[in-house]
Design a protein around this ligand. Structure first.
Ligand SMILES: [Mn+2]
Length: 444
């Protein structure tokens, strides 16, 4: 969720007031929305992503399964029983379950086929309307060829006999138990993992993705404002969490991007504290690290503030060092820079400006996690961390100082878009300077 455990030089992921009207979503392709079928698909954007994928592959067949419904009896459902697989969503923007996407590259015009389960009126009494393999689906998805799922096997067999090149399927945690994919791996065909190809495409966000991210991030900013307004000495961490998440939902968030971290006093120094059961005390700082998900994309924002609304001089000194460190990294963000370089710049800045704030050591000794991670459909989004920054990439900048013996932790995290000339703060609507925070909390 919020913080990559290690420094980002380690390879990829192994390692404002009241609710205002919803911000504009950018230019949606005007496709009508049907109940139970998710949000409208930006058909032009998904078609462009599929073309980019096929251009990258050159020749071959791509097969991508949708996710399946989770089961109340088997899983611990938090908010709802279905979330689409990110790979499938990226290429279709469909929230439909049990579907398959088939792409053919090379040897003629590229082809796209969507397979959907047949509609079942009896089942729909429980589930609501579902998209079926018909002309409605073709119109809503922008994919002309929509077939029932039971024709997938014959169509695929015929294709594999006709089309040369590898078969690309996503081989990951989500598809590990997908019987059809498991069987394909053993047919003797050159089967390759689709994930690295799609993951590298996902690094640069298109206009539709950015519109979704801006919405998720704006909602998250409102939630952080609500958390600040709900804080007072004696409030329980979960009360503040409730105010935060209520604001997310009130503004249309689909779910949380990750479990909200609301850590006061000593808990502010535990990086992934998400128990949120302590009663706050006068004089505590509180770290709130929380992001809403909207339209499959998540925000990741952290604010640190005093529960009583007023920073002590020491809290302010530590806070301002973290804030200036974050600004130093932001000021160096531009196309061509790398995450590793920004990490080094931030640490150097913190070290050089520590003075005696952190005792015998410089404060960077207490900045114990990485500065940044990619952000998108996954809170720690996919992609290679050695990739130089390009316009359209989105990542977090999140320095912190954690002084456990004092029970004093500060983390400030914002979401940043790389632009042609530099960078843009996406999460600037959540108050950030000590003056802004004290002003907002003074109005409670
Ligand atoms: Mn983060």
């Amino acid at each position: 969720m919020l913080i990559l455990v290690a420094c980002v030089v380690v390879p990829t992921l192994a390692a404002q007031g009241r609710a205002s009207p919803a911000p504009p979503l950018g230019a949606w392709t005007p496709v009508p929305e049907l109940p139970g079928m998710g949000r409208p698909v930006d058909t032009a954007s998904v078609a462009a992503r599929r073309r980019a994928l096929l251009a990258r592959i050159g020749r071959g067949v791509v097969l991508v399964p949708a996710a399946h419904e989770r089961e109340l009896e088997r899983d611990y459902l938090q908010d709802n029983d279905f979330r689409q697989s990110n790979t499938f969503f990226y290429l279709t923007e469909l929230e439909t379950q049990d579907a398959w996407l088939l792409l053919i590259a090379g040897g003629g015009a590229p082809e796209t086929v969507l397979f959907l389960p047949p509609r079942n009126p009896f089942q729909e009494r429980w589930t609501g309307l579902r998209l079926g393999p018909d002309s409605t689906a073709a119109r809503l998805t922008g994919i002309a060829r929509v077939l029932p799922t039971d024709s997938l096997d014959p169509v695929l067999s015929a294709l594999l006999a006709r089309v040369r090149g590898p078969l690309y399927v996503p081989l990951d945690q989500a598809t590990r138990d997908e019987p059809r994919l498991r069987d394909l791996v053993f047919v003797g065909r050159d089967v390759r993992n689709l994930r690295p190809v799609v993951d590298s495409l996902r690094l640069v966000k298109d206009a539709d993705e950015l519109a979704r991210m801006r919405k998720a991030i704006d909602i998250s900013g409102l939630g952080h404002v609500a958390a600040m307004q709900a804080a007072r000495p004696g409030a329980w961490e979960y009360e503040i969490e409730a105010a935060l998440e209520a604001e997310f939902r009130r503004n249309g968030a689909d779910r949380l991007g990750y479990p909200s971290i609301v850590g006061s006093g000593p808990n502010s120094t535990t990086l992934h504290y998400d128990v949120n059961r302590r009663q706050t005390r006068d004089g505590d700082l509180i770290v709130v690290d929380a992001g809403a998900e909207w339209g499959q994309y998540t925000a990741d924002v952290t604010r640190t503030f005093p529960v009583n609304g007023k920073f002590t001089p020491r809290q302010k000194a530590i806070y301002d060092l973290v804030l200036a460190t974050q600004q130093a990294a932001f000021d160096s963000t531009r196309p061509g820079a790398t995450i590793a370089q920004l990490n080094r710049i931030a640490r150097d800045y913190m070290r050089a400006h520590s003075g005696t704030l952190c005792g015998a050591q410089t404060c960077d000794a207490y900045f114990i996690h990485g500065l940044s991670h990619w952000l998108g459909m996954d809170v720690h989004d996919v992609g290679d961390y050695s990739t130089p920054l390009k316009p359209g990439m989105v990542f977090t900048i999140e320095p912190g100082i954690y002084l456990a013996p004092e029970g004093l932790g500060v983390r400030i995290e914002d979401d940043v878009l790389v632009t042609v000339t530099g960078a843009e703060w996406l999460s600037a609507k959540a108050p950030k300077t000590t003056a802004e925070i004290e002003r907002l909390m003074g109005r409670r």
